[in-house]
Design a protein around this ligand. Structure first.
Ligand code: ADE
Length: 241
């Protein structure tokens, strides 16, 4: 299939995280996007640029949004094959560290790279491959002008944070913990597609309050903030070309 060029493509795991952005940008569903796969896409114009939002879609049996690195890898591959985007942004919600100055509802941009924290291989060389350490598009000026915080984003396939993961995350000096970014970054690196993340904080992982409860309580507010800041990021990027 001939790829349809898209300027900026968002990869988002959950429908709830994408809904506001799709609505604010008046995007319409692209029914031609990857039939037979769970991923879904919406497309439209914003300030004369072609924008797409790709979500992972739902698990066939459980009818729940597909989260984690497998679904993110597949969605990103499909997005690049179908749209050949000039830039990919992994958008969504995340956990963060109070000790590093994060608050619930903060919106972070990734800098200077994204990593994995749950791919432990204690053999020289393979240890670094496990971590990944994928560089991101330079967002420093944008973060400064929009007043957004920045952090190393770390990806794993679990919501909880057992001691081994926490030790790894602290060693990597990561500030944002989520479940898709490094997978998206890896697929982007294969085609040299520029990439970065925008993540809104639903929970603080270093406080004495269950993560899943914080996530459910704060999801709506964090998604509202994600949408507001994403629109500013888009306007900034388009203005700067
Ligand atoms: N998404 C939102 N909060 C998260 C956390 N604490 N860990 C992983 N993914 C998340």
């Amino acid at each position: 299939m001939t790829p349809q060029k898209v300027d900026i493509c968002f990869i988002i795991a959950m429908r709830a995280e994408a809904k506001g952005i799709i609505k604010e940008l008046s995007l319409t569903e692209d029914e031609t996007f990857s039939p037979g796969y769970p991923a879904r896409a919406w497309k439209g114009k914003f300030n004369k640029k072609c924008i797409a939002v790709v979500i992972n879609g739902q698990d066939n049996h459980l009818k729940l949004d597909l989260i984690g690195t497998q679904a993110a890898t597949l969605s990103t591959h499909l997005a690049i094959s179908h749209y050949n985007p000039g830039l990919i942004i992994s958008a969504g919600t995340a956990g963060a560290f109070k000790q590093m100055g994060a608050n619930i509802g903060d919106v972070f941009l990734s800098w200077p790279y994204v990593v994995y924290h749950d791919r432990r291989v204690d053999i020289p060389g393979w240890d670094e491959m496990g971590i990944g350490r994928y560089p991101v598009f330079d967002i420093r000026e944008m973060a400064q002008q929009l007043g957004l915080k920045t952090a190393i984003v770390t990806t794993g396939n679990s919501l909880d944070m057992p001691e081994t993961d926490e030790k790894m995350i602290r060693n990597l000096n990561a500030g944002i913990k989520e479940m898709e970014a490094a997978a998206v970054a890896w697929v982007c690196s294969l085609s040299q597609t520029p990439f970065f993340c925008i993540k809104a904080v639903t929970d603080l992982v270093d406080v004495d309050h269950p993560t899943q409860e914080q996530f459910q309580t704060n999801l709506k507010m964090a998604v509202t903030n994600l949408c507001t800041e994403t629109l500013k990021v888009l306007a900034f990027l388009i203005d700067k070309q």
